[in-house]
Design a protein around this ligand. Structure first.
Ligand code: SAH
Length: 201
C-alpha cells in the first residue's frame, strides 16, 4: 500500500511510515477486510466511509507540511483510522464525530493499537474543540460549503486547516494562519461525504 502511495506522489516519509505501521483492516467490517489495503474508500455504516489511503496520506502530508505537530484536531472520526495514523507522529490527537454509534467502533480500534494519545468526542465538528485549542493542524474528513469560522479561530500561529470545500464540486483547501492573517490555497478536486449539522445517536 505504501509503495503505491509513493508512486502516487506522496513524499512525506513521516506520514508514509505511520501508514505502514497502522493496520487498516481492523477499522473495517470483517466482510470487507480482504479489500482493506486497496486504494478505495469503504463503507463503515450509517452512510459513511473510511477514506481511501491516498486521501488520508494527502490530507496528512498537507497538514504536516514538514513540521512537527504537537496537537491536532480531526473533524469526523468515522472508524478512527486517520486518527490512528495521526497518533503515530502527533503528541496529542483530538477527534470529534457527530454519530455516536461510530465512536464505539473507533475507540475499540484505537484501544487495540494502544493509541492512548487520541481522545475522541461526540460533538458537532463545525464548532471545533475550543477547550483544547489552539491546534497546530485541523483536518476535516467531511466537506463543507464554507470554512467554519470557529476552526480557523482555533489554529495556532502557523497552524493549518486542511478541508474539502464545496458541495457537489469540492476542492481540497489549505488555510494557514500566518503573521499577515489567513492565507487560503486551493488544490485538487476531491470527493468527501458532507459535513452535517448537529449530532445524532
Ligand atoms: N476519518 C475517517 C473518515 C470518516 S468519513 C477515516 O479515517 O476514514 C467523515 C466522517 O465525518 C463521518 O463519520 C461523518 O459522520 C463525520 N461528520 C460529518 N459531519 C460532521 C460534523 N458536523 N461533526 C463531526 N463529524 C461529522
Amino acid at each position: 500500500m505504501v509503495e503505491r502511495l509513493r508512486e502516487e506522489g506522496i513524499r512525506d516519509e513521516i506520514v508514509l511510515g505511520a501508514m505502514a505501521e497502522v493496520p487498516r483492516h481492523i477499522f473495517v467490517d470483517e466482510a470487507l477486510q480482504s479489500r482493506a489495503y486497496e486504494d478505495i474508500a469503504l463503507p463503515i455504516g450509517f452512510g459513511q466511509t473510511i477514506s481511501a489511503p491516498l486521501t488520508v496520506a494527502r490530507m496528512l502530508e498537507l497538514a504536516r507540511a514538514g513540521r512537527t505537530l504537537s496537537k491536532v484536531l480531526e473533524i469526523g472520526t468515522g472508524c478512527g483510522y486517520q486518527a490512528a495514523v495521526l497518533s503515530r507522529f502527533v503528541r496529542e490527537v483530538y477527534s470529534v464525530e457527530r454519530i455516536s454509534a461510530l465512536l464505539g467502533k473507533a475507540r475499540k480500534g484505537l484501544r487495540e493499537l494502544h493509541a492512548s494519545n487520541v481522545k475522541v468526542k461526540h460533538a458537532d465538528g463545525h464548532l471545533g474543540l475550543e477547550p483544547m485549542a489552539p491546534f497546530d493542524a485541523i483536518v476535516m474528513a467531511a466537506a463543507a460549503p464554507a470554512v467554519p469560522e470557529p476552526l480557523t479561530a482555533q489554529l495556532a500561529p502557523g497552524g493549518r486547516l486542511v478541508m474539502p470545500l464545496g458541495t457537489r464540486e469540492q476542492k481540497l483547501v489549505v488555510i494557514e494562519r500566518t503573521d499577515r492573517g489567513l492565507v487560503e490555497t486551493v488544490l485538487e478536486g476531491v470527493n468527501f461525504v458532507p459535513m452535517l449539522p448537529g449530532t445524532r445517536v
